[in-house]
Design a protein around this ligand. Structure first.
Ligand code: ADP
Length: 600
């Protein structure tokens, strides 16, 4: 079976003209029956790597998937594309299960989704042995590794697959990038001589911005205003932060639902569904939210506080823009977040405490850092990005700029730390540098220091920011219960003028490029926005009638393409991105009706 035949399937069922990077190689391994581990970022198109080959292979492909909600979505999407797929899980009625069983007996089903615990039940294994399995695809395969961020004990049992089905290939799919987890997946699944397909972790369609948090609600609303009528996720660290922020946003009239593990099951489920079905635009959540969310048109992810590692950040921000269209990821951070995580880690973790603190330090340095965000994230995952300017992060778009004389500025700050006998914290030091008349400062006669008021023309946030930058570049360190600042060897080199650190300051709003300019021109190019909105309404109506999420009917990318090409014939409709035979037959007339009405 050749890749060309697969391309035909791709066009006919999914309406895509070509494979995304590595999809063809990964699909080839499936066709060849060679065990494989496929690592592609969220939105990289992992599902098609096994879905497309299953269509041309004899027998039934069994997909292991961790969550029932995820299964249902995938099966609904496949059916929309004219693929016979089904699932078995505990939420189904006996009649629904029987229907799937009959399709299997009749050898009509191509893809079967199951949860690991069901797959491993004795009777089910025997059942599958009779059903002629073409291959196993293990989705979210990092759940098998205790090194990963989402270990699920029920995945461990999957190591029995190779014993029970020694001749059947097993393919593992994950977006988790660390080498250790990758090797662990292969070992745990007992894969035999697997081929590794590892894609680029960069997500060029995501615009990253790291912003010091000064006014949480105001800063969050600023982002929301850029995304009126669009879906997005806001992550907070604690449940009470979720409740607080969600309430404030509701008061301001936004369409918001909260989500965290402290809410009753029913309510949590309702809120998640409201978000998926676009009855609510925004979800405010702890990290409990996200796994199992396949919603492809999330246009922004805001972190109201810093996550605890770059792995977490990549996962959570990665939920934006799965459809490949541009999406914005804004992280609001403060040193308080670092302290809070440190406290949580010290209280709750024993085994991996040191490693967790290290990861925390790394993400903090990333937030404070001055390197292209796309490059920094890729490097963290062991890949170098060649692109000189990503045009999609605060650094490359110059929202921050290097101060005029970083050496002199750093020396002023470091000398102040020395004059304070390395006995005070960042906030106090910043106040002294700004020449504050605070009583504590006057009582200690720190207003008589030569460094007092040296930076009086800057606001406290900016000065604090520079101190944080000096810490993240290793010139200063914090220690002891009171987190007092002291110089490192590196800092002493700076005092002597032998090293110059990078110090950034925010560019005034008037001076910077507008955030949307340049970034999203391509995907909106030629799109009739009024028509797009009308198509969106129709999509929502159809999704409600059918009881499937809107993005299962059509992705945003498809809707924009209709609003660009404005097709009025069946042939024309088939050229739209993401429109295959089945969808064209089902929805073509309805959507073309709107095109005719608006443009005719
Ligand atoms: P992942 O599981 O890796 O996050 P998905 O399988 O959910 O990714 O695919 C992400 C998005 O990319 C989906 O909206 C899917 O329809 C789209 N997609 C997948 N393959 C292609 C392709 N070859 N061409 C265009 N879009 C694709």
């Amino acid at each position: 079976m050749s890749i060309d035949a697969l391309k035909d399937i791709l066009q006919r069922h999914w309406g895509f003209k070509d494979f995304l990077p590595l999809q063809d190689e990964a699909a080839q391994s499936v066709l060849e029956g060679r065990d494989s581990v496929v690592v592609l970022p969220t939105g990289g198109g992992k599902s098609l790597c096994f879905q497309a080959p299953s269509m041309v292979m004899e027998g039934l492909a069994v997909v292991v998937s961790p969550l029932i909600s995820l299964m249902k979505d995938q099966v609904d999407s496949l059916k929309e594309s004219g693929v016979t797929a089904g699932c078995v899980n505990s939420s189904m009625s006996a009649a629904e299960r029987r229907a799937v069983h009959e399709l299997i007996i009749a050898r009509k089903l191509k893809l079967l989704y199951v949860a690991p615990e069901r797959l491993l039940a004795d009777r089910f294994i025997d059942y599958l042995k009779r059903a002629r399995v073409s291959f196993f695809a293990v989705d979210e395969a990092h759940c098998i590794s205790s090194w990963g961020h989402d270990f699920r004990p029920e995945y461990r049992g999957l190591s029995a697959l190779k014993k029970e089905f020694p001749k059947t290939a097993v393919h593992a799919y994950t977006a988790t990038a660390t080498e250790q987890v990758r090797a662990d997946i292969a070992a745990q699944l007992k894969l035999s001589d697997p081929v590794f397909h590892v894609g680029s972790f960069d997500r060029p369609n995501l615009m990253y911005r790291m912003v010091r948090r000064t006014d949480e609600i105001g800063q969050v609303c600023e982002v929301l205003e850029r995304h009126r009528n669009e879906s997005g996720i806001i992550y907070c660290i604690r449940r009470k932060d979720v409740d607080f922020l969600a309430e404030r946003l509701v008061e301001k009239g936004y369409s918001v639902r909260p989500y965290h593990a402290g809410l009753p099951d029913e309510e949590r489920k309702r809120n998640q569904e409201a978000f998926i079905n676009e009855d609510a635009e925004i979800i405010v959540a702890t990290i409990a939210f996200g796994m199992g969310i396949d919603k492809s048109n999330v246009r922004f992810v805001i972190h109201a506080a810093m996550p605890k590692s770059l792995e977490h950040y990549q996962q959570e921000s990665g939920r934006a823009g799965r459809d490949g269209l541009e999406a914005e990821c804004v992280l609001l951070f403060s040193y308080e977040d670092y302290r809070m995580w440190e406290y949580i880690i010290e209280k709750s973790e024993t085994v991996a405490r040191e490693a967790s603190i290290k990861k925390l330090g790394e993400i903090h340095a990333f937030c404070e850092g001055a390197e292209c965000r796309h490059k920094a994230i890729s490097r963290y995952f062991g890949q170098e990005l060649e692109r000189a300017n990503c045009a999609a992060c605060d650094i490359c778009l110059k929202f921050l700029k290097e101060v005029d004389d970083p050496l002199i500025l750093a020396q002023k700050i470091l000398s102040c730390v020395i004059r304070l006998k390395e006995n005070f914290g960042a906030h106090y030091t910043a106040q002294v540098l700004r020449g504050s008349r605070d009583k504590k400062i006057l009582n200690r006669r720190h207003d008589e220091l030569s460094t007092y008021g040296l930076l009086s023309e800057f606001d406290i946030r900016t000065v604090r920011g520079w101190i944080e930058q000096l810490i993240s570049q290793g010139c200063l360190q914090r220690s002891g219960e009171y987190k007092t600042l002291s110089l490192t060897d590196e800092g002493r080199q700076v005092i002597r003028g032998r090293e110059t650190p990078h110090l950034l300051e925010p560019v005034k709003k008037k001076e910077r490029k507008r955030i949307r300019s340049g970034f999203d021109l391509d995907s909106w190019e030629g799109v009739d926005r009024d028509l797009f909105e009308r198509l969106r309404e129709l999509r929502l109506k159809i999704s409600k009638d059918k009881g499937v999420p809107p993005y299962v009917v059509f992705s945003d990318a498809s809707l924009r393409d209709i609003a660009r090409r404005k097709p009025v014939t069946r042939e024309g409709f088939l050229t739209v991105h993401g429109v295959g035979q089945t969808k064209s037959a089902q929805y073509g007339e309805a959507f073309m009706g709107i095109v005719r009405e608006v443009c005719g």
